[in-house]
Design a protein around this ligand. Structure first.
Ligand SMILES: NC(=O)c1ccc[n+]([C@@H]2O[C@H](COP(=O)([O-])OP(=O)(O)OC[C@H]3O[C@@H](n4cnc5c(N)ncnc54)[C@H](OP(=O)(O)O)[C@@H]3O)[C@@H](O)[C@H]2O)c1
Length: 312
């Protein structure tokens, strides 16, 4: 572990993918502390989050010259690279774009971090594993079963091979609220369908440790504060099937769990293969970072409150 950033104040933190499900919470979390000077970036003209003290600049990470220009201007101490092509089925179909976004753009960011001596925190996924032996520790052997997972693992390996002060944060099945995101996360998708009175099919044979985006953002702040390096698994603590997760969501939101019908991955037939049993052992993050994700039910109750605040 490198020494903490100590007396560098404020610490300049650059966030990519700041309009995404995690990115918006990262901006919120880091903006809470006077010790950080936050520059949020996304590919939209304007930020989707509102009313925060962070700066915002439009950045398409496929444009290397724009990355270089931004680094020259802002000279970040820390870069949190959350931008990615995250739609697993789209990655399977549009492989070239997936590779450019998840691997090549990460290489651009690594080179810029090397030039400006920035610490890099790279967001990765449980999908680097094949799901045969989950839940996984940080030093378990990756073996992705789909293109998205392969792209993220290749990017991880680029980060690890760099000369940087780096950290890789792997997370799993992220849920929570964020404004105007292009794609609803599983929890919001499910709530929408249940509220319309529709029946949904949810897989019983895929296990995950669902992660509340607020908790994950807090964990990443704890990592940056300690200047921790290496790989960390940051997810919820409870390993559940996605079907079980769905039923718990329905119960906490007082919707009808019987609208959720169990099915197998084979029956669902998603375009990209999914690892069956992933999920993380988070002991390293708990002991080294003080990471404390809420229990699943508690996080879901907070999500419900959050949604009620957002609707008002
Ligand atoms: N969601 C999960 O369950 C999950 C699980 C494990 C790991 N992760 C990892 O966690 C990180 C954050 O994921 P998330 O759930 O917050 O995903 P997200 O909501 O899809 O956010 C990713 C952001 O990256 C942006 N992006 C994509 N291509 C870009 C480009 N060329 N230039 C600039 N920005 C670009 C997207 O922009 P648009 O909004 O315009 O599309 C989006 O805002 C990712 O690295 C992902 O691989 C996510």
């Amino acid at each position: 572990m490198s020494p903490p950033f100590g007396d560098i104040l404020p610490l300049r933190v650059l966030i990519t993918g700041a309009n995404g499900l995690l990115g918006q919470r990262l901006v919120e979390e880091f903006s809470r502390y006077g010790r950080y000077d936050v520059l949020a970036t996304g590919r939209d003209e304007r930020p989707r989050f509102g009313n925060l003290s962070a700066g915002y600049v439009r950045l398409d990470i496929l444009r290397r010259a724009d990355i270089e220009g931004l680094f020259a201007d802002f000279t970040p101490h820390v870069v949190i690279h959350a931008a990615a092509m995250t739609n697993v089925d789209a990655c399977e179909r549009e492989r070239a774009l997936c590779w450019r976004t998840n691997v090549q753009a990460t290489q651009y960011i690594i080179r810029a971090c090397e030039r400006y001596d920035s610490k890099l925190v790279f967001l990765s996924t449980d999908f680097v594993f094949d799901g045969q032996n989950g839940p996984y520790r940080e030093d378990d052997l990756p073996n992705p079963v789909n293109y998205y997972g392969a792209s993220k693992l290749t990017a991880e390996n680029e980060v690890r091979a760099s000369l940087l002060n780096w950290a890789i944060v792997r997370t799993a099945l992220l849920y929570g609220t964020a404004r105007n995101v292009n794609r609803p996360n599983f929890a919001l998708w499910l709530l929408d369908r249940l509220r319309r009175g529709e029946r949904v099919r949810v897989v019983v044979d895929q296990y995950r440790t669902p992660t509340y985006n607020v908790d994950l953002a807090r964990g990443i702040e704890q990592l940056v504060r300690r200047n921790a390096s290496g790989i960390y698994h940051l997810s919820g603590r409870e390993l559940v099937s996605i079907y079980e997760f769905a039923r718990q969501i329905a119960e906490v939101f007082e919707l009808d769990p019987d609208q959720i019908q169990p099915c197998t991955s084979e029956e669902l037939g998603q375009p990209a293969r999914r690892p069956s049993r992933t999920g993380f052992i988070i002991l390293k993050a708990e002991t080294e970072l003080g990471y404390r994700p809420r229990p699943l039910r508690e996080a879901l109750r907070e999500l419900r409150q959050q949604i009620e605040v957002d609707i008002r």
